[in-house]
Design a protein around this ligand. Structure first.
Ligand code: CA
Length: 230
């Protein structure tokens, strides 16, 4: 039997915590809850959750700090930020801090469940796959272990960063529009919201390119999209 996936909910509004907890448990997940940022970070570090739902405005430590803190420590745990609708800039900050995805409140619980499923499926997909490596130029990815070596050094990528790189390296030279990338990697439409793609592309460049300002692999085709060059 497959082990239950564990989801950490970091949110200070108890009513939202209860809704999430109820629905996720019914879906077969284990949940952990933290009502403030410090406890959230501690549980994220010590309880090894499979995914984190992370509110932005929290007592003691905000969601951006928690996210940044985990990423700085090399954690690649999938993180979905929960932001308030009026806080547009939060989306970008969250992605910059290393979140894989974000949802605005009030959210639709069906959509929350769908996004969690998409991310967890991706995160777990490599484990059953046969060992498989792709090398292009000075970058090697292993689809089985979801590990990446760039210029001889191991690189920690988040779920979405890895999925992007994998897609690009599996289709060298193919140009993907942002729409196609959103649909393929995130699995749903953010109509017109391309910042998610752009921020992830920038982060990916910062991690795998020797000179991120002059990328040699993750290339921009102006007005069209992105592609991978060997
Ligand atoms: Ca809050």
């Amino acid at each position: 039997m497959e082990e239950k996936k564990r989801i950490l909910i970091v949110e200070d509004e108890r009513a939202i915590v209860e809704i999430l907890k109820f629905n996720l448990m019914r879906e077969g997940y284990d949940t952990l809850e933290a009502l403030d940022g410090e406890l959230g970070l501690e549980l994220a570090r010590t309880k090894d959750p499979d995914l984190i739902l992370l509110d932005v405005m929290l007592p003691k430590m905000n969601g951006f700090e928690i996210c940044q803190n985990l990423r700085d420590a090399g954690s690649t745990v999938p993180i979905i930020m929960l932001t308030a609708r009026e806080e547009e800039t939060d989306k970008v900050f969250g992605l910059e801090a290393g979140a894989d995805d974000y949802m605005t409140k009030p959210f639709n619980i069906l959509e929350v469940k769908a996004r969690i499923k998409t991310i967890l499926r991706r995160a777990g997909a490599g484990k059953e796959a046969p060992k498989m490596e792709i090398t292009a130029g000075d970058i090697t990815i292993n689809i089985n272990t979801r590990s990446v070596i760039s210029h001889g050094e191991p690189v920690n990528l988040t779920v979405k960063e890895f999925d992007l790189l994998n897609l690009f390296m599996s289709n060298i030279g193919k140009i993907y529009s942002r729409d196609e990338l959103l649909e393929t990697i995130w699995g749903f439409d953010y109509i017109g919201d391309f910042r998610t793609v752009d921020v992830h592309i920038r982060r990916l460049r910062e991690k795998i390119e020797k000179d991120p300002a002059n990328p040699k692999h993750i290339m921009t085709k102006w007005g069209v999209g992105y592609y991978f060059a060997e």
